[in-house]
Design a protein around this ligand. Sequence first.
Ligand code: ZN
Length: 432
Amino acid sequence: MPPLAEPDATGARLLALITELYPLHRSITGDGVRATLARLRAQVPLVVHEVPSGTRVFDWTVPDEWNVREAWIADASGRRVVDLERSNLHLVHYSVPVHTRLPLSELRRHLFSRPDAPDVVPYRTSYYTRDWGFCLTHRQLAALPEGEYEVCIDATLAPGALTYGECVLPGDTDDEVLISTHICHPSLANDNLSGIAIATAVAHVLAARPSRRYGYRFVFVPGTIGSITWLARNEARVDRIRHGLVLTGLGDASAFTYKKSRRGDTEIDRVVPHVLRHAGVPYAIADFTPYGYDERQYCSPGFDLPVGCLTRTPHGQYPEYHTSADDLGFVRAERLEESLRLVLAIVDALEANRVYVSQNPKCEPQLGRRGLYASVGGVGRGAEEMALLWMLNLADSRHTALDVAERSGMPIAAIDRAARVLGEHGLLKEAV
Ligand code: ZN
């Protein structure tokens, strides 16, 4: 993959953004999401949308807005044994307000731990069932003495809005690339924040380019309800989406996984494996399943958009997933940077994947006369010359640049360079 030309996009900068966003109390609605989007607006042109609670979005309804000020459990001596101040994973998201005293025997029903991983705090939500609860390590739960406890959840769950952000970078055509990432998880670094940081950096890099073939639409939405809401509000324009990617889980040290779109044979489903194959990184390709992240909504049958999902280890398949162990130490600057370079290489491949027509199709043009061919013959041809020959030969308005790349065994970036050189010499034109 090419090195990054953009100094703002280094792994250290990505990790710094994640570190800044990590403590915010994000959920599917509320001020934590607003604060997150406000921070991203400092970096990219982001429009923030507020959709009122109660709005119908297909089979769903935008929920009440949830905000929490404090939440704790105190023992009989008044000592706070669990406190949201220490970690925003301690409170089950969407817990209703409560202030009561109750014995441990009754409190237990509201306490969640992971007996199989006794030192981590699990991440739990109760978006659509009105209840309350706390999460703690199993070790701490097991050590709680019997007795009475005071519980306080100072929260509001009331009509408000669902907040999402959208950054649109126009292109030379109306065709668009959709990049979507979820913004609803609190202090979880890989699942959520890595996707947010990389999507923001990609937008930042692309915004600085003088021109783009495609428009790029970055959506920062709460998982599930956010993408459903976005689709409901943008139904009339989704036919512009030519390619799409859901990004998340891109900061850990494992291999990449590309999950194909529902259709499985769209351009993005060919481009991403091609880029991965030539990037020299370990990866796996997975077929579509109707579970995972927001690709489920984009790939629902009524939309069936060409949207795949790029992660490292997929959701649920690493022990740190949805626990306090998915922390700032779990994501690495160099892995984030590698992920960013990969996404930019995918974007470049999409931009490069055009169809060309040779302007000199009857026999080869004389490349030597144009300074495009090594003057000393008989020593075999270098990769750059072979890219010129492949591009010329397959420039028959029926092959895309990716077809040429795959048939020649070369990366599309090399074929793209050849196409540009040939174009400059009047030997190639883009098919219309
Ligand atoms: Zn998650």
